[in-house]
Design a protein around this ligand. Structure first.
Ligand code: ADX
Length: 182
């Protein structure tokens, strides 16, 4: 298997499981000898995009910068995994247009379940009106129509979801868990 870079673009609501699945993927890919970099929304927003908020303009700028870095990485043989809500179709389409090897992975978890889990306690605050423009509550999430991979994360364990993602990546021509020899 050749060293092959690709951007794996996760999208989905807060609490859908993007970071959880992305982190498991990072571990498995590293074990298989891949060079991997994770661009996680929460992490990126403390450095690369610390100047941005959650207006449409700021989210678009956040996605644009994440896409730029993933492009640089993936064209140099790295598996770049992004885990940002990326709620707007147009911003995702621009990222796709800019990056040669691009796979969109929609983590499709109903908002009721995300809100019930409420891992960070943000849905409760958003529903109480304490966080304006919260995705899925008071701000839009445009459901992807052209994602290569769709994972209903609430129907599987995280490890099963990751198994499904790797299976489908192989079918798409990215057998990323095969040992790298070149
Ligand atoms: S994106 O819309 O620009 O792609 P991103 O994934 O980077 O969002 O950041 C989302 C994270 O920021 C959420 O997981 C949550 O922890 C936090 N957050 C804070 N305010 C908001 C908000 N108004 N809407 C969504 N997420 C928010």
């Amino acid at each position: 298997v050749q060293k092959q870079g690709v951007t794996l673009w996760f999208t989905g609501l807060s609490g859908a499981g993007k970071s959880t699945l992305a982190n498991i993927m990072v571990e498995r890919l590293r074990s298989a000898g891949r060079q991997v970099e994770l661009l996680d929304g929460d992490e990126v927003r403390t450095n690369l995009t610390a100047d941005l908020g959650f207006s449409k303009e700021d989210r678009d700028e956040n996605i644009k910068r994440i896409a730029y870095v993933s492009k640089l990485l993936s064209r140099n043989g790295v598996v770049a995994i992004t885990a940002a809500i990326s709620p707007y179709h147009e911003a995702r389409a621009k990222a796709r247009a800019e990056i040669d090897d691009f796979v969109e992975i929609f983590i499709d978890c109903p908002i009721e379940i995300c809100a019930q889990r409420d891992v960070k306690g943000l849905y409760a605050k958003a529903m109480a009106g304490e966080i304006p423009h919260f995705t899925g509550v008071s701000d839009p999430y445009e459901v992807p129509e052209d994602a290569e991979i769709v994972i209903p994360s609430h129907k599987h364990s995280p490890d099963e979801s990751v198994d499904l993602i790797f299976e489908q990546l192989s079918r798409l021509g990215y057998p990323l868990l095969e040992m790298v020899t070149a």
